[in-house]
Structures are given as C-alpha cells and as structure tokens.
Write a protein that binds this ligand. Structure first.
Ligand code: HEC
Length: 152
C-alpha cells in the first residue's frame, strides 16, 4: 500500500510537471503578461529615441535628463561632451523607464503619454505629443521594447 501511494504521488508529480512545462509560443503569443524588458534592446534602440530631435519638440532628454526633470520620469543627465550614456547610466535609465512600463501592455504610460490622443494616446503630456500615429517608426520601437523584444 505504501509503495502504491508513493508511485501514485510520483506519477502525479510527473504529470503536473508535464502540464506546467512551458510550451513553445509564437512571438505574438509570448508578448502579453510574460513579456520581459530587455536591457540590450533598451540601450541600443530605445535610448536613441530619447536623444533624437523631432521638429517642433524638445528632445526627451532635454526635460527628462535635466536635474529638474519631473520625479515620475528622470533620466541620467548626459555628461558634458557626451552624446549618449555609458553602460552604468544606461542601467539607471533602464530602471527609471521600466517604472513607466507594464511589460506586454500597450497602454503603458511610456507609450500613451507621448502619443497623440487621436492615435490612441492620453490627452496631455507636458512635453508634447511627439508621435502622431502608432505607425511612427520610433513609437513602434518603444512598443517592441514594451512587448519584450530582445536586442543583440
Ligand atoms: C518640454 C519638456 C518635456 C519633453 C521634451 C518630454 N517630456 Fe515627458 N514629461 C514632461 C513633464 C513636465 C512631465 C510630467 C507632467 C506630465 O505628465 O505631463 C512628463 C511626463 C512624462 C511621462 C510620465 C507619464 C506618467 O505616467 O506620469 C512619460 C512616460 C514621458 N513624459 C515620456 C516622454 C518621452 C518618451 C519624451 C520624448 C519622446 C518626452 N517625455 C519628452 C516634460 C517633457
């Protein structure tokens, strides 16, 4: 009887293990709740967007990388003479930006705040609506990051 019980338990454990084993998901399916924010993609693809100049707008870093940046989104200031961030500062930026992201969720503040209301954004961003459409290539890079795309 004891050994029957033991093997029943073992059987159950094996079965449970099988059922909970991760199944191969397509990239589309693996977005959503399981999305994970990737540092490399952030560093090489997302940060350049914070640095880029868009006509009619100040650069994201001009406001969010200044010492008086709003508490809610504070990037590291660029060191004088540098046009981008070093690895250590990129890590800090990654942490600060991640706070404005719900991985896998296109309603993340990082996505809706700088996006025009008519394109699905929220109604006001003190820093302006930098992206007029969800087809905007820079906005799509932000979205890819939120959905868990990995960089190389
Ligand atoms: C002219 C200054 C300025 C610029 C340029 C600017 N912002 Fe902002 N941003 C602000 C201020 C001020 C706030 C806080 C008030 C508000 O939410 O509007 C803010 C808030 C935010 C927030 C926080 C949203 C929340 O949930 O509270 C995000 C995300 C954001 N900005 C992203 C960006 C991105 C991305 C860019 C560049 C594409 C950018 N901002 C450019 C001034 C700026």
């Amino acid at each position: 009887m004891k050994s029957f019980l033991a093997s029943a338990v073992l059987c159950w454990a094996l079965l449970a293990g099988l059922l909970s084993a991760p199944s191969a998901a397509s990239p589309q399916e693996s977005a959503g709740k399981s999305a994970q924010l990737d540092f490399q993609f952030f560093k090489t693809k997302v940060q350049p967007i914070f640095l880029a100049k868009r006509s009619g707008h100040a650069r994201c870093v001009a406001c969010h990388g200044s010492p008086t940046a709003p508490e809610v989104f504070r990037l590291q200031p660029l060191s004088p003479g540098n046009s981008t961030w070093n690895d250590e500062d990129s890590r800090k930026n990654f942490a600060a930006t991640s706070k404005l992201v719900i991985p896998g969720d296109v309603k993340s503040p990082l996505l809706v705040h700088p996006l025009a209301e008519g394109a699905g954004g929220d109604f006001f961003h003190n820093g302006g609506k930098h992206f007029n459409s969800q087809k905007d290539t820079e906005w799509q890079v932000l979205k890819d990051w939120v959905l868990g795309q990995k960089g190389s």
